[in-house]
Design a protein around this ligand. Sequence first.
Ligand code: DGY
Length: 320
Amino acid sequence: MARVFITRAVPGRAVEQLVAAGHAVETWPGDLPPPPADLAAALARSDAVMAMVVDRITPEMLTAAPRLRIVANMAVGYDNIDPAAAADLGVWVTNTPGVLAETTADLAFGLLLAAARRIVESDRDTRAGGWKTWSPTGFLGVDAFGATLGIVGLGEIGEAVARRARGFKMRILYHSRTRKPALEADLGLEYRPLPELLAESDFVSLHTPLTPETRHLIDAAALAAMKPGAILINTARGQVVDQDALVDALRAGQLGGAALDVTTPEPLPLGHPLYTFPNVIVTPHIGSASRATRARMAEMAAANILAVLAGREPPNPVNR
Ligand code: DGY
């Protein structure tokens, strides 16, 4: 019997599946992440851990966890752990690719529409008693239909966003590490170097993983290169954007708005300047948060754990 630690209660049948295989499952109680000392202690007594993107697992914690064989992230991203350091210690790191792209693309597109048409702002106004009459000039926004969308990072989520954009007859530009001629042809995408994509797009949607190369990819210079009045959507990672530069660009009225599902830090503290802009939407990192998708993610993480505990290679390794 192996000991499995799960850093939060998870939906779906994941726990049932681990228990049915004869493992002892310990779930961290409550909604907040285990503090670092508790996480380190749990790693040290466990054979397997199911972790969330906000559970920062340091090389020191891994070194002090002699039994640990796998950290199964319940996420496609894995910037909360150093996979190479884990591999050196013989610990698998796995993720959940393939199951959350459509759900995250739904949110990215929802944020795009919400920012374009000022949905959140007008709802706030309605609740505050601001709805006095139908107004020919009230809450004027911009059209998504027929606009130009710039997708930065054309992985599975970026591609899913592009498919949605086709339904809105958008002109779709993309920037990615590698060009994807098959997708260009299938979806009518046009490749652009980043500065050109920024200059031409009415909406810029970010879909890169967080790596040393993408940290602050959208910095002051990139924001200045954006078309005046353009809207920035980030469902990737907060640190892909230089947030102080974003605040400056919003203050200067350079951008039409921003819709952020990810920030630095998370949660974004109350009182942060980003909350002062009516044209900024902040959601609490809910890209993959549909019931069905979160259940699938947890079950996929459990499948990775079950494989490793049974002496097999996990199906979704990121540090083979
Ligand atoms: C991921 O999977 O990396 C998301 O950020 C959390 O759903």
